[in-house]
Design a protein around this ligand. Structure first.
Ligand code: ZN
Length: 220
């Protein structure tokens, strides 16, 4: 099974998936983090050119800010769900955490450039061709084109569909919370073990049972 290496840039997690000689990057840090990202890759013994594909879980700039740099300077192709190949849509919030998060991320998301991917992603697309036994799971809600990457052993890289700020939860900001809840319901019916979120530490999907309804998210 692939090794997951978390690369943290401020509040944002990117993940490097490595198996045999294959390397795939999931999300790529906010704008301005180009040199830090390259340094982090080098410390993993990896030249940026060796990344076979950059999978963006969604188009928000805090996750995609160095994508164009990686493509132009290091030839890394970009994959993004076709629903996120547009200008970002307005975001709604839930709770105080959502309002704080939106305020904190507004400048970054507002500065977002439209991304023209080399490949468009869709639900069920497999990544075996890149040496990684995984498939794309469409998780609309946070954005219409949000995706997760599900490994065959049940580990899920979920982007911002789920978050772990003070506790594992559904996203606190979303284009469409009904869609986000439906995506969570779908995940609950799948064989998922550990979730690797775009923000916060990994957690067991079972820790989210309390967040399937409108109940307040407990803090730990
Ligand atoms: Zn986001």
């Amino acid at each position: 099974m692939p090794r997951i290496v978390a690369l943290r840039f401020g509040q944002v997690n990117c993940y490097l998936l490595r198996k045999g000689g294959h390397s795939l990057l999931v999300d790529c840090a906010p704008p301005g983090y180009e040199r830090r990202l390259v340094r982090a890759l080098h410390s993993e013994g990896l030249a940026p050119e060796a990344i076979e594909l950059l999978v963006l879980t969604h188009a928000h700039a805090d996750h995609s800010g160095t994508a164009e740099y990686l493509r132009q300077h290091h030839g890394v192709p970009i994959a993004l769900h076709f629903e996120d190949v547009t200008k970002p849509r307005p975001l709604r919030t839930r709770g105080i955490a959502g309002q704080m998060l939106l305020t904190a991320s507004k400048a970054v998301i507002g500065a977002q450039q439209r991304i023209e991917p080399d490949y468009t992603l869709e639900d069920g697309l497999r990544l075996d061709i890149y040496g990684i036994p995984a498939e794309i799971v469409h998780l609309p809600g946070h954005t219409a084109g949000s995706v997760g990457l599900l490994l065959e052993d049940g580990r899920l890289l979920c982007g911002d569909a789920l978050m772990n700020f003070k506790a594992p939860s559904l996203c606190h900001i979303a284009e469409d919370f009904d869609a986000a809840r439906a995506s969570l319901e779908r995940l609950m019916g799948m064989d998922i073990t550990t979730v690797y979120p775009g923000h916060g530490r990994p957690f067991a999907l079972s820790a989210l049972l309390h967040d399937r309804t409108e109940q307040p998210v407990p803090t730990v």
